[in-house]
Structures are given as C-alpha cells and as structure tokens.
Design a protein around this ligand. Structure first.
Ligand SMILES: Cc1cc2nc3c(=O)[nH]c(=O)nc-3n(C[C@H](O)[C@H](O)[C@H](O)COP(=O)(O)OP(=O)(O)OC[C@H]3O[C@@H](n4cnc5c(N)ncnc54)[C@H](O)[C@@H]3O)c2cc1C
Length: 398
C-alpha cells in the first residue's frame, strides 16, 4: 500500500484534535491529517454540557480558558451564532466550610483578573427564580462565563482546518499505529499515512492508544452523566448556568426553553470501549430529588433524555498537553479531567505553537504546568477525582 506523507498526524477528532488541526494550519504547519475511527463529536465532545467558566484552579487554567472563550465567541459569531452565549455562572452553598472556600476562591480569582462577585439570596432569586435559597451562606457569580454547543465549535474548527488543507480520515477502524524508521505510521482501511510528528488527541481512548505504542501515561477514563429536561413553564433560555455545590448538580439553559443538568460523575475507572451510554436511574433520581428540594420551579420538569460520556482524569487533575515522555515526535493533548471543552482552544493554540517552533523554549514554557513529562516511569494506578474544583492547586474537593 502506498504511503502518504504528512507533517503532523492528529489521532482524534474531538474538540481538542479539531482545534489543534485548526491552529496548526493557522501557523502554516502542514500538511495535517486527522484520523478518527468515528466522526467528530462521537466522543465526550458530543456529550458535554458546554459550560465555559473562568472559576478555575490557577492562572494557567484561567488564561487558557479565557483564550478558548474569546476564540469560541469569535468563531461562533462568524459561523454559527447559536454555538456560544455569555450567560454568566453562579455557584452557591449552604455549608459553612464550603462558604469559606467560596470566599477564598473569589479573592484568589480576582487576583488573577477574574471578575467574581458575591451574590445574596435575593440577587440569586432574581437571576434564577426556579431555585430556593433559604439558608444560603455563600455564592460566587462570574458574569463573563458562558455556554457553548461543543460539537458545533468542534465542527467549525474542523471546517476551518479542512479549508486550509487538512485531511480528515473518518469512520474507519484503526488498523495500526506504530513508530517506524521514517516516522509515525497509521493504517486504516486502504490508507497508510506517515508523519514525523503525531499527536494523540483521543480523549479517554488516549490511555490505550499511548500504551499500545509503548508510551503509557497516567490517565484514568471515567464516566460522567448529564440530562436534558423540559420544565412545564419554559425557562426562556436566558438564565445563568448554576451549580449547587452541596448536591453537586449544575444546570444550564438549553434551546427551546429546556434545561441541561449534570454532574453524575462516577469516581471509578471505566473501559471507554465498553461503558453504559445511557443515564443511570440513580443519576436521574438524584436530579429529581435535587429539583424537588432545591429548584422547586423545575420540580415537575419532564426528562427528555439522559446520557453518559467518558472523560480522562490525571493524578494531579491537570491535563497532559505536550511531548510524550521518551517518545520521538509524539505529543498528546488529553486528560482534561472533565474540563476539556473550555480548555481545548487555548490548549491547542499552545500545543500548535510548541510543535511549530520545534519545542522552542518560550513555547514550552507556556505548556509547563501541563507538560506530560512531569510524570516519569510506569504510570501509577489512581482513582479519578475530577470535578468543578473551587480550591487552588491540589486541596480537597468541594
Ligand atoms: C456529560 C458531560 C458533561 C461535560 N461537561 C463539560 C462542560 O460543561 N465543560 C467542559 O469544558 N467540559 C465538559 N465535559 C468534558 C468534555 O466533554 C471533554 O473534556 C472534551 O470533550 C474532551 O475533548 P477531546 O477532544 O479531548 O476528547 P473526545 O471528544 O472524547 O474526542 C476523542 C476522539 O478520539 C476518538 N478516538 C477513539 N479511539 C481512537 C483512536 N484509536 N485513534 C484516533 N482517535 C480515536 C474518538 O472517537 C473521539 O472522537 C463534559 C463531558 C461529559 C461526558
């Protein structure tokens, strides 16, 4: 079979792989080929809630997500205005310990330039009249946060890359992927593609793919769930995303007056090739109980559908973006710990710069907190523990 030679081979056409292809093409790196055994959006991207928030961990995260958000807003305005909306994001608690953490978080976020403000029960009730706020002890509000349609943003990136010359090889199983004398070689159906540089952007499937070429990284795929519900009186679609920290349920507006609710995250490793793709009864019951108790205005909402997707967790809950340890010409962009939609654009831009500069010092510095080479040796076994972290660094989760 004749081999086709490209400059960069991207494995995975989720939002991360498509954003990377876009940014490589923008920098004039090419030809680029993107391979996915399914179609763009078949992985976590097509199942995500699409909340984009700057209420994050550290300045790196904030900068990267702010970059993504600005880029999503610009691309959506040009190609698909429904794909991005700045609706703000409020998170609150009735728990005294969590309230103290919220206050500390707000101070820290403001020091990083994130416009977080406290809200009282009256202000919260005005923004989200479906909730009950007696006993409220703390609430943080960020007016610049937004929501995206993750698949639509992925498609815009893919289309932009295609127009710039990237080729997408989709919908056929992976035959083989291996390092050869001439570079990284991928076979799928009748195609054989060879590149000096390959990037594994295969979401939860990255663990197996990287291990298969002898370069395992610490990743734990886990399952997380969301649902769409139809309230009896339509929400109007114009309210902020909300997160009740005490019950760990978030809700965002959906089109046609519906709402999207989640966080049915399960803290156990799963096999991404075999996991239940529907929502569990326990998750749906937790949502129903939460609505009855905390959001009486949505208590009679009808379930439209519930589903699950798989994400990848890392031991320190930071992503893996950069060169794969001990591997020539192999990079990865994965391990987003459930925050990959909001980070993809910014992380892909930084990785594209690192590849284009052949790992220039300044470009690698911009990836330092997420460089996969921070983990050396055989990957440890660990339990996934992602989530909407409030704390900085690696402190306990609320
Ligand atoms: C219910 C739910 C809610 C979420 N909510 C949010 C949210 O509000 N905000 C947020 O930022 N994030 C959210 N996430 C997380 C987010 O979806 C992911 O972090 C993000 O989509 C990861 O993108 P990705 O491109 O890395 O991976 P994926 O989108 O999973 O893409 C990986 C791709 O790799 C392909 N692949 C598989 N095997 C191979 C192979 N052998 N070779 C090549 N390709 C392969 C798959 O087919 C898939 O298309 C949520 C996730 C879920 C499931």
């Amino acid at each position: 079979m004749a081999a086709e030679h490209v400059e960069v081979l991207v494995l995975g056409a989720g939002i991360a792989g498509c954003a990377l292809a876009h940014h490589l093409c923008e920098r004039g790196v090419g030809p680029v080929a993107v391979f996915d055994p399914e179609t763009p959006g078949a992985g976590a991207t097509g199942r995500a809630a699409g909340i984009v928030t700057e209420q994050l961990w550290d300045p790196w995260d904030v900068e990267v997500t702010r970059y993504s958000k600005t880029e999503y807003a610009r691309l959506a305005a040009r190609w698909n205005p429904a794909a991005y909306r700045a609706n703000g994001f409020a998170r609150w608690t009735r728990d005294p310990a969590a309230a103290r953490v919220l206050t500390d978080t707000a101070d820290r976020l403001r020091a990083w330039g994130v416009p977080v403000a406290p809200l009282d029960a009256e202000e919260l009730a005005h923004k989200v009249p479906w909730g009950r706020y007696d006993g409220l002890l703390g609430a943080n509000w960020c007016p610049n946060d937004g929501v995206v349609a993750p698949s639509a943003i992925g498609e815009i990136y893919a289309e932009s890359a295609r127009v710039a010359g990237a080729e997408f090889l989709l919908g056929r199983p992976l035959g083989s992927f291996a390092r050869t004398e001439t570079g990284w070689a991928l076979e799928s159906g009748a195609r054989r593609v060879i590149a000096p540089t390959a990037v594994v952007a295969a979401g939860a499937w990255s663990k197996r793919l990287l291990a298969s070429v002898g370069h395992p990284v610490p990743l734990a795929p886990y399952r997380t769930q969301a649902a769409i519900l139809r309230p009896s009186s339509p929400s109007g679609g114009d309210f902020p995303s909300v997160h009740d920290l005490d019950v760990d349920v978030y809700v965002r507006p959906e089109e046609a007056g519906r709402i999207l609710a989640g966080d049915g995250t399960q803290l156990v490793e799963v096999d991404p090739t075999r996991f239940p793709t529907g929502g569990d009864d326990a998750f749906v019951e937790h949502l129903a109980a939460t609505f009855a108790d905390r959001f009486p205005g949505w208590a009679d909402a009808e379930l439209v559908r519930a589903w699950a997707g798989v994400c990848g967790s890392t031991p320190d809950r930071h992503p893996l973006v950069g060169p794969v340890p001990e591997a020539t010409g192999l990079y990865t962009i994965t391990g987003f710990n459930g925050f990959g939609v909001m980070r993809a654009g910014g992380a892909a831009e930084r990785l594209a710069a690192a590849i284009a500069s052949n790992q220039g010092t300044a470009e690698m510095e911009r990836l330092r907190p997420v460089d996969p080479r921070r983990f050396r040796g055989p990957p440890p076994t660990f339990a996934p523990r992602p989530g909407f972290t409030l704390e900085g660094g690696d402190a306990p989760r609320f």
